[in-house]
Ligand binder design. Structure first.
Ligand SMILES: Cc1cc2nc3c(=O)[nH]c(=O)nc-3n(C[C@H](O)[C@H](O)[C@H](O)COP(=O)(O)OP(=O)(O)OC[C@H]3O[C@@H](n4cnc5c(N)ncnc54)[C@H](O)[C@@H]3O)c2cc1C
Length: 127
């Protein structure tokens, strides 16, 4: 595996039979800069993905901490999750301004895809 360290500009190669990637993913510092007291810049939201203090504000993607209704665990930040949140929020904003009922956020993973570098990918689907 080749790497490029953005802080030191060092480039190199790690040779191994098995590589376990444990890079943390967190929300954006935009949350703290906007005055949100969010844990790791991920904000707990209402079932409709709104700011609990102001239902006119929707918080989606990596900066939203949403709970899996089945396990009670906070869902991991993935592109798939962000896309589902975006779709539901688009519909809910339209519903809010036209006086219709909002749809609560639900999520069913289609499986996981993980890109490794520019040429490889691993994935696991649901049965
Ligand atoms: C190294 C890495 C690998 C990943 N691999 C996978 C994978 O294989 N599969 C998967 O499902 N997920 C993967 N993810 C997670 C996935 O990328 C994120 O969950 C997803 O992109 C979140 O979407 P988002 O819209 O919330 O945030 P982002 O995609 O990060 O979009 C946020 C946007 O806001 C912009 N922005 C930031 N600050 C400001 C500002 N002050 N003003 C204006 N704009 C601003 C940014 O430039 C960016 O365009 C990976 C993440 C990382 C870091």
């Amino acid at each position: 595996m080749h790497y490029a360290d953005r802080e030191t500009d060092e480039n190199g190669e790690v040779v191994a039979g098995t590589i376990i990637w444990a890079t943390g993913v967190r929300g954006s510092s935009v949350m703290a800069a906007s005055g949100y007291q969010a844990k790791q810049n991920r904000m707990s939201v209402t079932p409709y993905l709104q700011d609990p203090a102001d239902d006119r504000i929707y918080i989606v993607g990596d900066v939203a901490a949403v709970t899996d209704s089945k396990t009670g665990q906070i869902l991991l930040t993935t592109a798939q999750l962000a896309l589902v949140m975006g779709k539901i929020t688009g519909k809910n904003v339209l519903a809010a301004v036209t006086g219709y009922e909002l749809t609560p956020f639900t999520y069913k993973s289609l499986g996981t895809v993980c890109s490794i570098g520019n040429t490889s990918v691993i994935g696991g689907g649901r049965r």
